[in-house]
Design a protein around this ligand. Structure first.
Ligand SMILES: [Zn+2]
Length: 251
């Protein structure tokens, strides 16, 4: 019986790793729903293929005077407000998009592109990729990439910054360079407008700054940005989209 075999397979899995290889084969032959709920999760039935031009990571070159603003978790109710501030200051940034958010916010995403910003993949529903198997990682990244569309830049940012070796290898195999950050405004953690402003004003050349246009109330982010951007420009800083996120199709 299929059910008996599945139960046995789960029992074996629960007993440890000795029977794991067989267990994975067994589970992989079941339908995807039961495979997704089995523990441990089936390993790679998605085989990474290296893309030579894609880097395993990106960080700014030393001596780079540019600041790279990045906005995660949108599009959301504050995306247009962030875009307004960026436009008023003639600043280009990078938006790491959650795929499922686009269903109700296509106009926001369109304006991100129309205003000349870059985008990257932030998974379908803000998944912790380090806790997922290859099939799940594949679904998270590629379902989001399809939703974000052909103008998406060839880069990704793992939610929570959580990227293990397997997820990194898969992302690169899909042509997405992982991009983390060097400075965190903590706007995701209820930082005040002043706190966010102070982090922004402390930026150093080459910083990749973590901010959010989605995922919650971002009024402090918008207000801090409006105060800080003109002053940072006065200090001689310039701003750009993360270079590895600049899509060929937007140039
Ligand atoms: Zn995020």
């Amino acid at each position: 019986m299929g059910v008996g075999a599945a139960a046995l397979a789960l029992l074996l899995a629960a007993c440890g790793t000795a029977a794991q290889a067989d267990q994975e084969n067994s589970v992989a032959q079941q339908n995807s729903e039961s495979a997704a709920t089995a523990k441990p999760k089936p390993k790679a039935s998605v085989q990474p293929t290296p893309v030579p031009s894609v880097k395993a990571s990106w960080s700014p070159a030393s001596g780079d005077k540019t600041i790279y603003l990045t906005f995660d978790d949108g599009p959301g109710p504050y995306t247009q407000k962030v875009l307004d501030v960026l436009k008023d200051n003639d600043v280009k940034a990078t938006f790491f998009i959650i795929g499922k958010m686009i269903r109700t916010r296509e106009a926001d995403l369109q304006r991100v592109y129309d205003d000349g910003h870059a985008t990257g993949d932030h998974t379908w529903d803000h998944a912790d990729l380090s806790r997922m198997n290859a099939v799940q990682i594949d679904r998270q990244l590629n379902k989001a990439a399809v939703a974000i569309g052909p103008k998406m830049g060839p880069c990704m940012r793992p939610p929570y910054g959580a990227l293990d070796a397997e997820a990194r290898k898969l992302a690169v195999s899909y042509g997405m360079t992982p991009v983390l950050w060097t400075r965190d405004t903590n706007d995701w953690n209820k930082a005040s407008q002043t706190q966010i402003y102070n982090v922004l004003m402390g930026a150093k050349p080459g910083d990749v700054i973590l901010m959010h246009d989605g995922g919650g109330d971002r009024a402090n982010t918008v207000a801090a940005l409006r105060d800080a951007l003109p002053k940072l420009k006065d200090k001689g800083y310039s701003f750009a989209s993360v270079p590895v996120c600049v899509s060929h199709t937007t140039q």
